[in-house]
Each structure stands twice: as C-alpha cells, then as structure tokens.
Design a binder for this molecule. Structure first.
Ligand SMILES: NC(=O)c1ccc[n+]([C@@H]2O[C@H](COP(=O)([O-])OP(=O)(O)OC[C@H]3O[C@@H](n4cnc5c(N)ncnc54)[C@H](OP(=O)(O)O)[C@@H]3O)[C@@H](O)[C@H]2O)c1
Length: 386
C-alpha cells in the first residue's frame, strides 16, 4: 500500500519506469493519502502542476498538461519512514563528494547514522582525514576516507578502483562538491548586511556587483567542478552503481540558482526544458557559449543570469544532466536537490539554515525506497519544478 502511493507519486512527477508498469496510473486529480506524502495547500488531491517538469513524459502517457504552479503548491515526502522500508539488514555503500566540511560532511554523518557504509571524500587528504577522525570519534566507524578531487581524472579513477575492489558495487552517490565561481571581498560583503530575503529573491544582485567578482578563470573552475566534475565522477562510478541490487541512488546537489525561471533568455530556457530533444552535446555547447560570452563581456546582452553567473549555469546544466541520466538508466533513482540556504563557506556564511537541515534532502534522496521518484528536482525535501 505504502509503495503503491509513492510509486504513483513518482510516476506522476517523473515517470522513468517502463510503460507496462504504469498502466494502472491514475489521473493527476486522484487522491493521495499515504502518510509519507504531506500535501500543502491542496488537501485530498495531487497538485496537477507538480508533473510539469516532466510534461513531455506526461504527454507520452496521455496525461493532461497543467499550468505552472507557485512553489508553495508542492508535495512533501516524509523520508523518516522510507529508510525503514528497505531491508535494514542489507548493507549499503555510499560515496559523498566534497565531504570534508559543510553539507557534505553532514550528509556523511546522517547516512552513517542510518547504517550506510560511507566513503567520505576530500580533495585535500589532511582535511579529509581530520573530518573522518571526527566522525570516528563520535562512534561512526562505518565511515572510510578516500581522496577525491573531482577536477582530476586520476583521482577519480583511483576512487572508482577503490570502490570496486572494496565493495564490488555502489548503492548511493551524492555529488555534493561545489565551487562558487567568484572572488569575494568578504569583509565588504559582511558590512553590507544583506538580508536573506534579498539574496533569495535576487534583489541583492545589483548591490553585490562591487564585492562579488566573476573572473574567467573562476568561472571555468566552477563549471568544471559543478557540472563536469559531477559528470566525470558519475561516469567513472557507473559500473559499480549499476551493480546495486536495489537500484542505485544518485543525488546531484544543485541550487535554487538552477531553476529555469531564473534564466533570462527564453531561447536558452526552451532548449533546457525540452527533455525530449536535449542532449549532453547541447549542454556542452551551452556552457561553451556561456564562457565565450563571459570573455566578451556579453553575459547580460545574451540572456545569461548575472547573479553568480557561472554558478547558476553550472547548476542549471547539472539539473538537465540529472534528467538525461534518469532517462538513460531507468533502473536507478537519479535526482537533484537544492539543499536550502545553509550557513556554510560557499555562501560566506550568509545562509540561515543549519547543516542538519541542509543535508535532509540529500539524505532523503539517498535512502529512497523501491518505486521512488527519478528525474526530479527537489527543493529540500519537496518536489519542485525545474
Ligand atoms: N550552502 C548553501 O546555502 C547552498 C545552497 C545551494 C547549493 N549548495 C550546494 O551544496 C553543496 C555543498 O556546499 P556547502 O554549502 O556545503 O559548501 P562548502 O562548505 O564550501 O563545501 C564545498 C565542498 O566542496 C569541496 N570541493 C570544492 N571543489 C572540489 C573539488 N575540485 N574536488 C573535490 N571537492 C571539492 C570543498 O572542498 P575544500 O574544503 O577542499 O574546498 C568542500 O568540501 C555544493 O554543491 C553547493 O553548490 C549550497
């Protein structure tokens, strides 16, 4: 019963399963009443708008398209009960990238508390070993360190070899490592005391232009870390992920900046939104034209986001890659998540949420049960529109 409800939810939002498994699929207005699913603002029925991010798939299934809905009309999934659905005695192995600090470290901690054997990775060996020791000190002996720089193909290969030799498979991959793509005058930024609402709404964009600078080198590094780094690590670990008996979970840690409505150019938005015609080559071309426009000082003129431009496009393309991957590998659960506005180094501690809160989305998606969603974007623990 429980599985059924979530399966129907997942199929509505992001159906990646073969059509013969979804012949009993109900129309978007069917009621969902399972306790895993908490509904906001629409008691008793599935919100039709939440299927929009996979509308092409919905069309294939003969479902009606629905109008864009506000962020508040979303389905919330209680993941605390989900872990219990999986066989508690079965071992699970996870890798979390960029996990020597911040949300990554907290994700490792929460997964380890759930009994998962977790590989904590860091580009800097000393920082990684210190973080691992701190978790061992709190009794989590099921955390293992391995070096990983997502920019270095040799380092990625070494991790993949380690996982294959040690575990022979991988059940969970959290692509968490991230870079901001900017140089910041932190003292000047702090002195501006910008309120969180202005950050989140984009109102701070003009205010911060003097203290947050995007250089070409920083932008390249950001795209290379957040998009290509995730892609390289995922591809290297795919042989291990495909061996997971319960269907591997891949979680790509994204951002609010990834949302398509924030991309000013309608042309770019439509390329990115059309999952039926989107390809990795198109994403490569888009990223290359972004870097060219940055070099030519033509970002605004060509419809790129000007608030954290490299970071934004790296996460927009990360979400698109998530959808492509979910389509290509229907046996896996591939999702992306905005962790919330969390107090960490990457946002110079302007975030308001705790690490515990920030890791919830990644952990929930790492522990999805059979029949869970794939190819979706989550705002923390809530399904949202791409
Ligand atoms: N905090 C927020 O409000 C927020 C909001 C939206 C999205 N996010 C996303 O959440 C994720 C985690 O960020 P955070 O907030 O926890 O920031 P953080 O504390 O700065 O952590 C970033 C992590 O990524 C690692 N990293 C950077 N480049 C790397 C590379 N080339 N190879 C391997 N690891 C690398 C960092 O390692 P070093 O210590 O060596 O630098 C660090 O461990 C990121 O993807 C970020 O974009 C955060």
């Amino acid at each position: 019963m429980a599985h059924c409800a979530l399966q129907r939810l997942s199929l509505l939002h992001c159906p990646s399963k073969p059509q013969n498994q979804i012949s009993s699929f109900t129309q978007p207005s069917s009621p969902l009443s399972h306790p895993w699913i908490r509904q906001r603002g629409f008691p008793g029925s599935i919100p039709s708008g939440v299927s929009l991010h996979c509308s092409s798939e919905s069309r294939r299934l003969g479902l009606q398209a629905a109008p864009i809905q506000a962020q508040s009309s979303l389905v919330d999934i209680d993941y605390t009960e989900m872990g219990a659905v999986e066989d508690a005695s079965s071992k699970r192995y996870a890798v979390v990238t960029g996990s020597n600090k911040g949300i990554g470290l907290e994700t490792v901690r929460q997964l380890a508390l759930q009994g998962v054997t977790v590989v904590l990775t860091a580009r800097n060996e000393k920082r990684g070993l210190e973080a691992t020791s701190s978790l061992h000190g709190s009794g989590l002996s099921n955390v293992i360190f391995h070096q990983l720089d997502v920019l270095d193909p040799n380092s990625i290969e070494s991790l993949a070899e380690f996982v294959l030799t040690k575990f022979e498979r991988l059940d969970i991959l959290v692509n968490n490592a991230g870079a901001s793509g900017v140089i910041v005058d932190e003292d000047a930024l702090r002195a501006m005391t910008i309120d969180p609402a202005s950050w989140l709404s984009g109102k701070a964009t003009n205010l911060v232009q003097g203290v947050i600078k995007t250089t070409y080198e920083k932008a390249r590094e950001c795209v290379d870390t957040n998009y290509y780094g995730c892609k390289r690590v995922t591809e290297a670990l795919l042989p291990c992920l495909l061996r997971s008996p319960t269907g591997a979970k891949i979680v790509n840690v994204s951002s609010l900046r990834s949302e398509l409505r924030r991309v000013p150019s309608e042309e770019k938005r439509s390329i990115l939104a059309d999952i039926d015609t989107l390809t990795e080559d198109k994403l490569d071309n888009l990223l290359q034209s972004f870097l060219n426009d940055l070099k030519d000082d033509a970002l605004e003129a060509n419809g790129w986001c000007i608030m954290l431009p490299a970071y934004s496009i790296s996460k927009v393309t990360l979400n698109a890659y998530t959808r492509l991957l979910a389509k290509k590998y229907p046996s896996m659960y591939v999702n992306c998540v905005h962790p919330g506005f969390v107090d960490t180094d990457i946002n110079w501690h302007t975030g308001t949420m705790t690490l515990e809160e920030g890791a919830r989305g990644s952990v929930m998606l790492s522990l999805l049960p059979e029949g869970g969603p794939s190819g979706c974007y989550f705002d923390q623990t809530t399904v949202a529109e791409f």
